[in-house]
Design a protein. Sequence first.
Length: 332
Amino acid sequence: MNQDILIKTVARLVMQPKGILAIDESLSTCNKRFEKLGVPTTEEKRREYRELLVTAPNIEKYISGYIFFDETLRQSTKDGRSFISVLESKGIEVGIKVDEGTTEFAGHQGEKITKGLEGLGERLKEYRKLGATFAKWRAVYTVGNNLPSEDCMKKNAEDFAKYAKLCQENDIVPIVEPEVLIDGEYTLEQSYKATARNLEVVFNELKRANIFFLGMILKTSMVIPGKDAKVSVSNIEIAQTTVKCLKEKVLKEIGGIVFLSGGQSDEDAIKNLNAMHQLGPLPWPLTFSYGRAIQNPALESWAKNPADVALAQKLLVQAAQSNSLASIGQYK
């Protein structure tokens, strides 16, 4: 492990006022979105859409890294330039989602664990050769009666540690993504409790595995109530509760923290991040790693009119710019 390489990659990823764009949807997720909008679910259509995302002019002003899916990492533009080389020419870091989705956690109804550790070391070596400098692994947690369970949190945390170790051994920055799912009626307090306890468990395992904290990034959900909660909560309450939770449970020496949008509306994802940056100085760089919340306007525009790539790209860059402003507390 070369700590210097990891520190430099992290610094580029969390450099203000930029964030990370996730375009790492699995084939099934990508196809579902296409179907909804009447776009053919072919590999060529996916390539075409991703070319639009990768080649958007000036996106590098607001985006420091793209997270790819295995298929995307190997794709090229119509004129034969690999997506990786396009991003590298813009000074954008190339990331890769390496988990293989979730599966039922035996004996724990309604809970899931993440697959993908088998053969991961070899895959990371290949991804590194192709040009990837960071990776992502996601686990999901349901909030409910006695959920998430200690067993589920522990199992996912152990797997995060194994994944992060393998990444760092290959000079790849690991993004550790524990996502508290937004489904349910749970309150802000319940969300806080579940997130705080889970972060404790995750960091205990990462410490035990001697993960180099300056060379990793935490990608976390904001502390927000479930989407069917009876009481609505303001952006400032969400910001205050999230920052309190992170200050209590996340080590000061971590490389950085990025947020997933996790089912929030595009606008809420921006406003909540903006509010956090108005609470005064924070112990770590804090920015965004959004997928849908940045892609939505571009995808809808392109689905309606695939010939007008320039308009879709303009909408993509505008959404990235709004989030960039929020990442320094200057979104109006």
